[in-house]
Design a protein around this ligand. Sequence first.
Ligand code: NAD
Ligand code: SER
Length: 331
Amino acid sequence: MDLGLFLICFVIFHPQFKPMKEESILVTGAGGQIGTELVEALSKRYEKVYPADIRLPNHPTKNFIQLDVLDKPRMEEAISDLKISQVYHLAAILSAKGEQNPMLAWEVNFKGTLNVLEIAAEKKLNRVFCPSSIAVFGPNTPSVNTPQHTITDPTTIYGVTKLAGERWCVHYFQKRGVDVRSLRYPGLIGYKTMPGGGTTDYAVEIFHEALKNNHYTSYIAPDTRMPMMFMPDAIRATLNLMEAPTEQITIRSSYNVAGVNFTPRELSAAIKKQLPDFNIDYQPDFRDLIAQSWPSSLDDSAAANDWGWKPAYDLEKMVKEMLLQLQAKLV
Ligand code: NAD
Ligand code: SER
């Protein structure tokens, strides 16, 4: 037997060999902060990726379908017609917008998630991703190194919808056999898109304002610390979780995942190191109260132990990369 044939046989007959299934992937809320980058990453790995959103994209988008996650029959039809095998369900109303329109947040986040989970059960989809958030925690949760399993008493309607979503994920896994997976994303920071109305948005806006005006007025108080994550880490965490073998997934509510954590004062100091003329002032509003009810850092040892999670970016590395990429865009 020649070496090539030997190697092929070795791989195919290896006990851990699993041929990559051809997946057809629907991404709801694909026009948002995460969706824009996740679709790009998924499209590099899978041929059939269908971005969907209630809003039309403002540039030509391959395979785009307009879809309201509250329209269950239409979503069922799209999932059947496109032979969808996995859904990444990102459509949501975020925390700050949710506080301004609680009923809309409840409808979209809660009912939209239930629609996705129910269709996944009926159509026996291979896998579903339903992200959660640090917003499931509340003022009585231990704030430092917040454990995976702890008090969850959210004070925002957004947090309530996310916590309800987590519990429905457990139900659909246990009672209906849906392979649903989830991450409690911290605040996400990326240079490709603007965030969509969350409490953590300041940590993206600050970079844009620093480059344009050398100044930022923060609606979060100087010493309010929140867990955050650079988008490349968030995309990697998502793909690693979704591609992990089923037996490695022990948590079906949602995994804590940590990246970095900082206060506006620390973030502005890190930016000032790169842009010495930058300055910041503070006008805290209702979003600072939301932020104060959330953890300041997370214990993500369950994600590390189960499927090997480890962030790659610290504050300094993230700040340098954000400024470099945004400067290139501005040029
Ligand atoms: P985003 O606000 O940027 O995007 C959400 C998208 O959903 C938008 O494009 C919007 O048009 C779409 N949408 C709203 N209502 C819809 C409906 N009825 N039908 C279909 N689409 C609809 O949000 P994001 O930051 O990309 O967040 C994606 C997911 O990740 C959400 O579940 C969010 O709760 C979660 N998450 C995000 C962060 C973060 O910092 N970005 C942190 C924690 C959790
Ligand atoms: N970044 C999100 C928000 O601020 C957290 O889920 O709403």
